[in-house]
Design a protein around this ligand. Structure first.
Ligand code: CO8
Length: 257
């Protein structure tokens, strides 16, 4: 499928996906969604790819869902099409995705960043859920993921006032894992992705799955789920190789088996 709204590059075992609608500050419309779903399905299915980076431009990661596309829609259109339910498929990508965010990550843009596995923020990043100013609400999971990430007080204030959070505040609140200078953002994200992609592939999948389970289960079930996945990895060739390599003071060589 040829893409018009995103750019996709493969760098060794890392896929770099760049949102590319500069005229609309990377606003997310149905075409962006379809192209992202296609690109990330291909990434997930490719055994040579281990981690992805999703980024935007220096000015905007994404300034939200496309207001001009939504403007004329009524409830019948939205409900019949289950508008934007396709984003749930994005969250089912099994391999890790790092969001590299510079500039505006607003509304659906903030929600998309939060659907990724972690966020690296440029010092220029600004996060917000300004939908209330359009007389609507977050619709791609923002009220839920932001609340889990930063707690009720900040999430409630941001959703009710639409105010933006700076990169520093976002890091303090736990929304982003690290801040890097805007000039270094994509290279740093690619470096981090390459490190993840160099790990044993099944262990990477298992680590992602178990951290995500923390959002869906209580503590007891979550700890049990972790222990069972930990046990399961002892059926893999890479576990034998990883532990032998440590004992023999050499680097592990992974087969993904
Ligand atoms: N949708 C469509 N177009 C947009 C959007 C957007 N979200 N954001 C910016 N643009 C367009 C502008 O209309 C403008 O286009 P044009 O040149 O044709 O007029 C172009 O991008 C540049 O934007 P500005 O001139 O406004 O740039 P500024 O630097 O002056 O301002 C801002 C930048 C502050 C980011 C400003 O553009 C802005 O406030 N944008 C809207 C932010 C917003 O409200 N986002 C939330 C959208 S609603 C949403 O995301 C809901 C998600 C859930 C939906 C799920 C449905 C089920």
């Amino acid at each position: 499928m040829p893409y018009e709204t995103i750019l996709v590059e493969r760098r060794d075992r890392v896929t770099l996906v760049t949102l590319n609608r500069p005229q609309a500050l990377n606003a997310l419309n149905s075409q962006v969604l379809a192209e992202l779903l296609d690109a990330f399905a291909a990434f997930d299915a490719d055994p040579d790819q281990g981690c992805a980076v999703l980024t935007g431009s220096a000015k905007a990661f994404a300034a939200g869902a496309d207001i001009k596309e939504m403007q004329a829609q009524g409830i019948a259109d939205m409900y019949a099409a289950d508008f934007f339910a396709g984003w749930d498929r994005f969250t089912r990508t099994r391999k890790p995705i790092i969001a590299a965010v510079a500039g505006f990550a607003l509304g659906g843009g903030c929600e998309l960043a939060m659907m990724c596995d972690f966020i690296l923020a440029a010092d220029t990043a600004k996060f917000g859920q300004p939908e209330v100013k359009l007389a609507v609400t977050p619709g791609m999971g923002g009220s839920q993921r932001l609340t889990r990430a930063v707690g009720k007080a900040k999430a409630m204030e941001m959703c009710l006032t639409g105010r933006m959070m700076s990169a520093e505040e976002a890091e303090r609140a736990g929304l982003v894992s690290r801040i890097v200078s805007a000039d270094d953002l994509v290279e740093e994200a690619l470096k981090t992705a390459a490190m993840i992609a160099s790990m044993a592939p099944l262990a990477v999948l298992a680590n992602k799955e178990m951290v995500n389970a923390a959002f869906e289960t209580g503590l007891g079930m979550g700890v049990q789920f972790e222990r069972r996945l930990f046990h399961a990895l002892f059926g893999t060739a890479d576990q034998s190789e990883g532990m032998a390599a440590f004992v023999e003071k050499r680097a592990g060589v992974w087969t993904g088996k």
